[in-house]
Ligand binder design. Structure first.
Ligand SMILES: [Zn+2]
Length: 340
């Protein structure tokens, strides 16, 4: 098949897309899709050809690859040494001494000039590369609540949340994008009017596998006051409810987790009740939305915020879910605690 050259304006757009795409660690298929979505008529094979042409050097036959986590460590080390003014040969010796790996000069040159890096789309390969942030704290709160993690047979790890509020799923997705340094995953519509977001990534999977390991999440949650607030917000967006005679309450079958949520709320100056059992194991209940009867597998417990601290909860934490936030506002207004 004869491949015709793309028109000049298309080529310009292609080159630009390749430049930004590669910097983000995208493959040619993704770059082609982005071009197509922005209305550029171009075949995938053309994108592939130019992609490989530009990076021919990097795609030359490679020897066995070092594990990604090690490569990322070495990448940081190499760049640090280079900044200190070491030559390529000195860096090779240094890395060999400290890690027992002899890197090629070309690899070091690529890394230092930032032509290649070992991230290639998976920028956060494991928990130790996660950095504390309010966004990560929010994700922890949501997944600790109603979200879940999946390990598939093909070695794919996923973090999933299924909710009914659009504002909620958007925030969750935005936070995932920020933490994993990628585009926010797009929510998908599911039955019973539910929205689902899932992301394939091992690091949050390791962090959030259930039952939640509190000692693992603690350094991220308790990083600073803002992180603690976002963790609680994520948890209450996920498991909290406003109304009834308990007002601001949250439910979960993991009593240790509820104790922990309680501790964090306490640190923020918000007092709650002790966890109490709400549904005993073995109880059956009817889910109106799904029209199904369920049996409770584990005791379901709840805690609720003390009345006197409801305003503090509103000011310091609040809900992303506007439906819940409005209800909380109305409650506070009725009691004359809030005047807007
Ligand atoms: Zn923080």
């Amino acid at each position: 098949m004869v491949q015709r050259k793309p028109p000049l304006e298309v080529k310009e757009k292609l080159e630009e897309a390749l430049k930004t795409g590669v910097a983000k660690g995208y493959g040619y298929h993704r770059i082609w899709r982005i071009l197509k979505e922005s209305g550029v008529e171009i075949s995938e094979s053309t994108v592939k050809k130019y992609y490989h042409e530009i990076f021919r050097e990097g795609l030359k036959k490679r020897g066995p690859c070092l594990p990604r986590e090690l490569r990322i460590k070495l990448y940081d080390e190499v760049r640090r040494l280079r900044k200190k003014g070491l030559s390529y040969s000195m860096i090779i010796d240094e890395v060999c001494k400290s890690h027992g790996v002899r890197l090629k000069k070309s690899v070091i040159s690529y890394w230092c000039k930032d032509i290649h890096n070992p991230f290639n789309g998976i920028r956060i390969p494991s928990v130790e590369f996660l950095e504390p942030s309010p966004e990560l704290a929010y994700i922890i709160g949501v997944v600790a609540g109603d979200g879940w993690t999946v390990k598939k047979k093909n070695g794919i790890y996923e973090v999933v949340a299924e909710v009914k509020d659009e504002d909620f799923i958007e925030e969750f997705s935005r936070c995932l994008g920020k933490v994993l340094r990628r585009d926010p995953p797009r929510p998908r519509q599911r039955k019973y009017n539910m929205l689902v977001v899932s992301v394939k990534s091992k690091a949050p999977y390791e962090l959030l596998q259930k039952p939640i390991d509190i000692s693992r999440i603690a350094p991220f949650v308790e990083h600073c006051e803002e992180c603690m607030r976002r963790f609680i917000r994520g948890f209450f967006d996920s498991e909290g409810s406003v109304g009834g005679n308990k007002w601001i309450s949250c439910y979960n079958s993991n009593i240790q987790l509820l104790q922990y949520v309680r501790k964090i709320l306490n640190l923020l100056g918000i007092r709650t009740t002790e966890p109490k059992i709400y549904l005993r194991k073995g109880t059956t209940f009817f889910d109106r939305r799904k029209g199904k009867i369920y049996v409770v597998k584990k005791d379901a417990c709840y805690i609720y915020v003390r009345m006197s601290d409801a305003l503090r909860f509103y000011k310091l934490i609040g809900f992303i879910i506007q439906r819940k936030q409005k209800r909380l506002e109305n409650y506070l207004k009725k009691r004359g605690l809030l005047t807007i």
